[in-house]
Design a protein around this ligand. Structure first.
Ligand SMILES: *Cc1c(COP(=O)(O)O)cnc(C)c1O
Length: 416
């Protein structure tokens, strides 16, 4: 084969090699091999992430930013290198636009408390959707109750699809913000966010995208999307918990007041007044999640090393296969079948409550999530109290879908 040909040869996604990177996947649960299908709640961590955190604690740990001593400078460099990795991962224009938070929830609260309180007034409107996670509902309700703004809700269709025309109908000159999920954690629906951003901007509104699910499945380019805010959590991206990201356009961050006050976020302080630190530190009060940010950098390296396109293709195969296998189970109903959806499969069974399903498949070593998935308004919309949800990540296999299917057939036999 010529060198030319080998360059364009698609790199096979070697799921067995990937699985060897995740120590926890070789453990057993209730005497059965663990089948972990709950990555949409929190993903497992590869050795590369575990090693990065362990390395910093064993060899380099000290507090960052203010230190003149060697370790403090090493740690500062490590943390800023992680910020640069996140910047490149999102294709943001500058590291000033990458604020480290605790998680997606904190990122959204930061925007609501800082940007929302400053720039929104009574009668202004925020559009969210019916499929939002509570994290992208409650902060706006706080703002509604405090400032008298109006929340408008973009509906989803029966398949869980985003209804573009209905969304368009909600936009008007009072719309100041569209805060919408990039991908539903319950339905797997991918929202056509580029169109959403364009339409919102045409109406004069800013856009916040909740990328907590999307970043793990599809490449995100904030410049191309032209969104104003983008948020996600490290722990769903195979990184540590306790670290999250807020991307925001620099001009917006410049205009926004700090969210929390304390150390790290000031330039100078007297008892009369304070001057804020440069971006992004203005929004990073207190000692940050040092090792976790380094772990997040390692996680970003890990997924970019595999390639989000390759990961997405692998997961799309699992989704197709899971849809096929689960559809063969009598009385099982899929909730969320929008075209182009990603690898989250919610379902109900006519013979059993989701909690009973979850308990029984757990006996077979299969970890799925049951309940309302922090999206109660969406449960109401889909006419269910709860669902069972299997979510697939880069380390899952068709064989695991088979184990899930057999376990669900067992549920059918037990209750049927
Ligand atoms: C998980 C999730 C969140 C919240 O993430 P946290 O890490 O709990 O802050 C927000 N939105 C979506 C779509 C999610 O899946």
């Amino acid at each position: 084969m010529s060198a030319q040909a080998s360059i364009i040869e698609p790199v096979a996604f070697d799921v067995d090699a990937v699985r060897r990177d995740f120590p926890i996947l070789s453990r057993e649960v209730h005497g059965q091999k663990l089948v972990f299908l709950d990555s949409a709640a929190s993903a497992q961590k590869p050795r590369q992430v575990l090693d990065a955190e362990r390395h910093i604690y064993e060899h380099e740990y000290a507090n960052v930013h203010r230190g003149i001593h060697y370790l403090s400078q090493v740690c500062t460099d490590r943390m800023e290198a992680a910020r640069e990795k996140v910047r490149a991962f999102l294709n943001a224009g500058s590291e000033k636009e990458i604020v480290f938070t605790r998680n997606a929830t904190e990122s959204i609260n930061l925007v609501a408390a800082s940007w929302g309180r400053t720039f929104l007034n009574e009668g202004d409107e925020i559009v969210i959707s019916e499929m939002e996670h509570h994290s992208n509902i409650i902060p706006w309700q706080f703002l509604r109750d405090e400032k008298g703004i109006v929340l408008r809700i973009a509906p989803v269709g029966d398949e869980g699809e985003f209804l573009m025309d209905d969304f368009a109908g909600l936009l008007n000159e009072r719309t100041k913000l569209v805060a919408i999920t990039h991908m539903s954690n319950v339905l797997g629906t991918i929202v056509p966010v580029k169109d959403v951003v364009r339409m919102a901007h045409d109406a004069g509104a800013k856009v916040l995208l909740d990328g907590a699910q999307a970043v793990t499945h599809i490449p995100v380019d904030v410049k191309d999307l032209d969104c104003d805010f983008y948020v996600f959590s490290g722990h769903k991206l195979y990184g540590p918990s306790g670290i999250g990201v807020l991307y925001a356009k620099e001009a917006l961050l410049d205009a926004m007041p700090p969210y929390m006050g304390g150390g790290e976020m000031i330039r100078s302080v007297t008892f009369e007044k304070a001057e804020w630190a440069d971006l992004p530190y203005k929004f990073e009060a207190g000692t940050p999640a040092i090792a976790q940010s380094v772990g997040l950098g390692a996680a970003v390296d890990y997924v970019t090393g595999l390639g989000l396109d390759a990961i997405g293709a692998h997961e799309a195969d699992l989704l197709t296969y899971a849809n096929q296998r689960l559809s063969s189970i009598d009385g099982l109903k899929l909730i969320g079948t929008a075209p182009g959806k990603s690898s989250v499969v919610s379902f109900t069974m006519d013979c059993a409550h989701p909690h009973d399903i979850g308990t029984l498949v757990d006996r077979a070593g299969v970890a799925i999530r049951v309940g309302h998935h922090c999206a109660q308004p969406l449960m109401d919309r889909m006419g269910v109290a709860a669902t069972a949800r299997a979510s697939f990540g880069l380390y899952n296999t068709r064989a695991e879908v088979d184990v899930l299917t057999r376990a669900l057939e067992g549920v059918r036999e037990f209750f049927g």
